[in-house]
Ligand binder design. Structure first.
Ligand SMILES: NC(=O)c1ccc[n+]([C@@H]2O[C@H](COP(=O)([O-])OP(=O)(O)OC[C@H]3O[C@@H](n4cnc5c(N)ncnc54)[C@H](O)[C@@H]3O)[C@@H](O)[C@H]2O)c1
Ligand SMILES: [Zn+2]
Ligand SMILES: [Zn+2]
Length: 368
């Protein structure tokens, strides 16, 4: 059986996204078909449409989705029709040394499901019957998606699906970078470069972790207002070419303990590294273009014992961390309602991408 499904596609690089009717085949062995309720629009989706993240079109976008299981394939024991699920965009083989040691974001087989299902095939075809790639094994910016069981996490049906969707990327990426990657300590000082869907979650993660000073940095004044709502104690407006190191060192008496780069720029990664105190930790979360690079003063490594590292999907284990995020939301600590600036119909998807690019939203969410 195949299901007709409206989907948001990148047809051509550097062109606006398009909404098309595609067909989504039934699940094969180890797969599940989901009827999506909502999908957040992440900067990584936009990056796939302009080549920053190389994923060849035609491509069904979307990796921050939530919905309801409608059909399960052979050998699927843990999901049944009616279950509520969130998509997870990392492939995990379960067997390599990274998967075996609880670090699935580093799975050695990750390349297997970059734009297809893990077996290298696709369940998505356009009106002419041509196969359509899917974003990171997901392609959930669509009414239906057939994905592998390892790309889904079952959740408490009490959580509204539009808010649950955000846990599929932005929330787990941001909060996970604080909890899992950096392990931010109570009383710490934290600087956050870029206060979009990801950066705001670094900010609220830092607040929940008990950070004392959280300095939000963004080039867009409106984002700084939002940042304060999510827990930032200070805000700095980034002006082109201006080095904020001095300002950050002054605010924190020598530099923040941690700095997070949530934009995707080598220049800002270097700025985050420069700003941190001796022995501090700078974490790059933003995804820069493949040609981008960053540099640090080599001498500062031995003499200042600083660390520059990265964080992929909040160093998470989806089946552990998704329920943890939802628990924090249900317990009133994690703000999800406030993250959604605007809901869009699928027909409004091009507007949702334009609004992301112009910085209008904390998060825009497409509802189906
Ligand atoms: N590491 C991961 O696993 C992971 C997961 C999801 C997203 N990402 C990446 O994280 C980045 C942020 O994603 P998002 O969805 O929050 O994007 P977003 O567009 O919502 O937010 C980016 C923010 O950066 C600000 N900004 C842009 N240039 C700036 C500058 N020079 N100085 C200060 N602020 C600046 C913008 O005003 C905006 O508020 C992207 O690169 C995305 O691809 C990484
Ligand atoms: Zn994302
Ligand atoms: Zn693996």
């Amino acid at each position: 059986m195949s299901r007709k499904s409206k989907a948001v596609l990148c047809r051509e690089l550097n062109q606006p996204v398009v909404v098309e009717e595609i067909s989504v085949e039934s699940p094969r062995r180890g797969e599940v078909t989901v009827r999506l309720a909502a999908c957040g629009v992440c900067h990584s989706d936009l990056s796939a449409t302009n080549g920053t993240i190389p994923m060849p079109p035609p491509l069904v976008l979307g990796h921050e989705g939530a919905g309801e299981v409608v059909e399960v394939g052979e050998d699927v024991a843990n999901f049944a029709p009616g279950d509520h699920v969130i998509s997870s965009f990392i492939y995990m083989c379960g067997k390599c040394r990274f998967c075996a040691s609880g670090r699935p974001v580093l799975c050695l087989e990750q390349g297997k499901a970059l734009t297809t299902l893990p077996d290298g095939t696709l369940r998505t075809h356009d009106a002419k019957g041509k196969p359509v790639n899917i974003f990171s094994g997901c392609g959930v910016m669509a009414e239906y998606a057939t994905v592998h069981v390892d790309n889904l996490v079952k959740i408490d049906p009490q959580v509204p699906l539009d808010r649950a969707a955000l846990v599929g990327c932005g929330v787990t990426t941001g909060v996970g970078a604080v909890f899992n990657t950096a392990k931010v300590q109570p009383g710490a000082s934290v600087a956050v470069f870029g206060c979009g869907g990801v950066g705001l979650n670094v900010i609220q993660g830092a607040r929940i972790a008990g950070a004392e000073r959280i300095i939000a940095i963004d080039a867009n004044e409106a984002k700084l207002v939002l940042a304060k709502k999510f827990g930032a104690t200070n805000a700095l407006l980034a002006k082109p070419g201006e080095d904020l190191t001095k300002a950050l060192k002054k605010l924190t008496g020598g530099g923040p303990d941690y700095a997070f780069e949530c934009v995707g720029s080598g220049e800002l990664a270097a700025a985050a590294y420069r700003a941190i105190r001796r022995g501090g930790l700078a974490v790059v979360v933003g995804v820069a273009k493949p040609s981008d690079s960053t540099s640090v003063r080599t001498m500062s490594l031995p003499f200042e014992e600083k660390t520059l590292t990265g964080s992929y999907f909040g160093s998470c284990v989806p089946r552990v961390d998704f329920p943890r995020m939802l628990g924090l939301y249900m317990g009133g600590q994690l703000k999800l309602d406030e993250l959604i600036t605007r809901r869009y119909s699928i027909a409004e998807a091009p507007q949702a991408f334009a609004d992301l690019e112009s910085g209008r939203n904390a998060r825009g969410v497409i509802v189906f």
